[in-house]
Write a protein that binds this ligand. Structure first.
Ligand SMILES: Cc1cc2nc3c(=O)[nH]c(=O)nc-3n(C[C@H](O)[C@H](O)[C@H](O)COP(=O)(O)OP(=O)(O)OC[C@H]3O[C@@H](n4cnc5c(N)ncnc54)[C@H](O)[C@@H]3O)c2cc1C
Length: 463
């Protein structure tokens, strides 16, 4: 059934990325429809996430305060899987914790205030493609199919990637999905029992107002991230690891953690879900189409953070789309500046972290602990994932790292290879085509494949 609804822009997915894109385009006076499979009350994942604070200022949202912030640590201590403390980082509050569903609802209110129309309970099934142009979206709405047309469709459906994954190579965007890129994570936020919490701190099993992060305990790419505050009586645990590690069900692991800790009281909030951790899709626009946020795989590969990237991409996509929409139904060429700016900037940073993540998976699991305990891995490496920035070795950390490598010669090859791979990736992403040219972009994609394929698991590493 064809709908009589007609918009300049359809944004599908009212997560952080979709809401910011809808807000900015509505602010620019376009007729914007923002669709979500969930309705207003059930919108957003019930998970706690940490998001880069600087991004709030960049996209123009007030910093979160008071009850909007579930926890704030004084410092983060990093441990190996053998529970050896490796280093502590005093909180610089580069990131803030937040309740994702409340945050999405708040951003939706902003978008609506600026004139975007929200449609809850509409599930996007596929893009409506006319010739080689995306001309609208086919929705399911309580068992009824409706097609809605627009000059521009923005896919912001997060992990589901509901539209982009169905586009087909004709439109130039290939959606690649690999089990090896899939991370599963679960978090729980509880009241903390004061007596048992104090006991745990006294016994050195957890720090007060501290995050304790144990890396590599559930496979090379894994984290166990916990927080406790005696004064606020709050406790938090997040566990995440790659789905192909064949670990016990994650809910059993988070449960075992809480039982061992002994201070986890009443459950307050939390949830679980998959995260696609890999460099972004090679191409982010087609005629009448843009993809942003986790749907475009714009998640920091070394730590699974996608909120700040989604905000950034939504803001940037709207900035590029607005002038194009004033002229006509935009083509891939009109929208290209979004792809170029993303890929050569934030995308380049995230892609270098993808290289590090891929190479890390080739090491025997004990080497991860060796790397942390010896000082080959340092606080800067964690920090570069949070900011995010290119991994760089600070001069002051050089002597410690060099000494650690002398003691662990088995890691020298890995460190050299990672450095070499990261600089090749950076160079390639910074040279992302400046304008839309099918031949040039095809050559860029093929070269990207040649750079990354040797790093992927089950393939031999280059000499
Ligand atoms: C347990 C866990 C912990 C995480 N921790 C962090 C963290 O600490 N920091 C961080 O930055 N990120 C974290 N992430 C990842 C983060 O949640 C996502 O990367 C981020 O929310 C992506 O934002 P987005 O706007 O692209 O999409 P989302 O926030 O996923 O929003 C997508 C929206 O699209 C809607 N949608 C989906 N399919 C359809 C469809 N077919 N039709 C209509 N609507 C649809 C959904 O209902 C949703 O509202 C975590 C994820 C999980 C699961």
């Amino acid at each position: 059934m064809a709908s009589n609804m007609d918009f300049d822009v359809i944004v599908v997915g009212a997560g952080p990325g979709g809401c910011i894109a809808a807000r900015d385009l509505a602010r620019a006076k376009f007729r914007v429809a923002l669709f979500d499979k969930d309705n207003r009350d059930t919108l957003g994942k019930t998970i706690i996430v940490e998001a880069q604070r600087a991004m709030f200022d960049l996209v123009g949202i007030p910093q979160l305060q008071g009850d909007e912030v579930p926890y704030q640590e004084r410092r983060t201590r990093t441990f190996s899987k053998r529970r050896k403390e490796c280093f502590a980082i005093e909180a610089g509050h580069v990131c803030a914790s937040l309740y994702l569903d409340r945050f999405a609802k708040k951003l939706l209110a902003e978008a609506e205030k600026d004139g975007a129309q929200f449609f809850g309970g509409w599930t996007a099934k596929e893009p409506v493609v006319k010739g080689k142009r995306v001309a609208g979206v086919r929705f399911d709405r309580g068992g009824t199919t409706e097609d809605v047309a627009a000059k521009l469709v923005i896919d912001a459906t997060g992990y589901d990637a509901a539209l982009v994954s169905k586009l087909g190579p004709d439109l130039g965007i290939e959606f690649e999905d690999r089990q090896a890129d899939l991370v599963i994570a679960e978090n729980h936020f509880h009241e903390a029992g004061e007596h048992n919490a104090k006991k745990a701190v006294k016994e050195g099993r957890q720090g007060d107002d501290e995050v304790w992060m144990r890396l590599g305990a559930y496979g090379n790419y894994s984290t166990e991230y916990s927080f406790l505050s005696i004064q606020k009586q709050r406790a938090y645990i997040l566990i995440g690891f790659k789905a192909d590690y064949r670990q016990p069900p994650i809910k059993d692991l988070t449960k075992a953690f809480r039982e061992d800790a002994g201070y986890y009281g009443k459950w307050l909030y939390g949830g679980a879900g998959p995260i696609r951790v890999r460099r972004s899709l090679d191409q982010l626009v087609a005629d009448g189409f843009m993809v942003i946020g986790e749907a475009a795989c714009q998640v920091m590969p070394t730590n699974g953070s996608g909120v700040a990237s989604a905000l950034y991409a939504g803001h940037l996509a709207a900035k590029v789309a607005a002038p194009a929409l004033k002229e006509r139904a935009p083509t891939a060429g009109d929208l290209w500046r979004y792809a170029r700016e993303y890929q050569s900037g934030r995308g380049a940073v995230l892609a270098t972290h993808d290289a590090a993540k891929l190479l890390l998976d080739h090491l025997p699991n004990d080497r991860i602990a060796d790397m942390l305990e010896s000082g080959v891995m340092q606080p800067d490496d964690i920090h570069s994932g949070s900011v995010p920035e290119f991994m760089k070795i600070k001069p002051e950390s050089l002597p410690g790292r060099a000494l650690a490598l002398i003691r662990n010669p088995a890691l020298i090859r890995f460190v050299m290879r990672t450095g070499k791979a990261a600089s090749a990736v950076r160079k390639h992403y910074e040279a992302y085509p400046r304008r839309y040219d099918a031949k040039e972009i095809r050559a860029w994609k093929e070269a990207a494949k040649r750079i990354f394929e040797p790093m992927e698991i089950n393939r031999k590493l280059p000499k």
